[in-house]
Design a protein around this ligand. Structure first.
Ligand SMILES: [Fe+2]
Ligand SMILES: [Fe+2]
Length: 239
């Protein structure tokens, strides 16, 4: 069964089939901040083998569909449930891990900063990301998500408008965070630990990669699913 083709948008593919994200990551295809582009554009940009990627994507989908392991359909789940999922999985992860990774990057800066000048860039970039993310999370937790919950109960347009008002700002912040993550990957040469790197060095790079994939999934759920669903609601309510 051929489900996906190269003309589909990256964000739509990942929204319909979350496992696609793993494949996109493998090929370094940005599906969260760049989710509005068609798969073909990313293939051309990265000089990738389109047929191979589409085949793998469809094989992966068929495998999961046959095992009946398709994940929750976030396009259709109630908005409250989607917001809870983002909070419990992704916000909780960031609040717990950002301080840990901060400590780790400071440790390797002190131990290896002289021999590996790139560490000081990693240290600075990570802390910029941490600071920006913390205020971003607070904005979502204190403003947008409560407005969504309020709208789910009231169905009053003003509550929906409140949730939509901040979307542009939030999207810009997602792009900013995505850019920092891309810079981190570049500076660390795809998180390659140098020969003289200690176990903490490796642990720090592992954690930064874990942070990257969690952030990609998180941004994808908001940019490609949550925000478009809110826009659709306003369009429908204006009819
Ligand atoms: Fe969020
Ligand atoms: Fe966000």
């Amino acid at each position: 069964m051929k489900k996906f083709d190269i003309n589909q948008k990256l964000g739509d593919i990942a929204a319909e089939f979350p496992k696609a994200a793993e494949l996109f990551r493998e090929y370094k295809i940005d599906y969260c901040c760049g989710g509005n582009r068609a798969l073909i554009e990313a293939i051309e940009e990265g000089n990738l083998n389109g047929q191979e990627i589409v085949d793998k994507l469809n094989d992966l989908y068929n495998e999961y569909a046959s095992k009946n392991e398709l994940e929750r359909n976030w396009q259709e789940a109630p908005l409250n449930e989607l917001v809870d999922h983002i909070l419990n999985k992704h916000h909780a992860y960031l609040w717990a891990e950002l301080p840990n990774i901060s400590e780790l990057t400071t440790k390797i800066l002190r131990a290896h900063g002289t021999n590996h000048p790139e560490i000081s860039k990693v240290h600075k970039l990570f802390h910029n990301l941490k600071m920006e993310l913390e205020s971003h999370l607070v904005k979502e937790e204190a403003q947008q998500y409560p407005a969504i919950r309020k709208y789910e109960e009231s169905k009053v347009k003003n509550d929906l408008d409140e949730a939509i008002r901040v979307i542009m700002e939030l999207e810009d912040e997602h792009t900013g965070a995505g850019d920092i993550l891309k810079k981190l990957r570049k500076i660390t040469d795809d998180y390659t630990v140098p020969d003289d790197g200690c176990p903490t060095y490796k642990q720090t790079y592992d954690k930064l990669q874990e942070l990257e994939s969690d952030m990609f999934e998180h941004i994808h759920l908001e940019n490609n699913i949550l925000f478009p669903r809110l826009f659709n609601l306003t369009n429908n309510s204006m009819r």
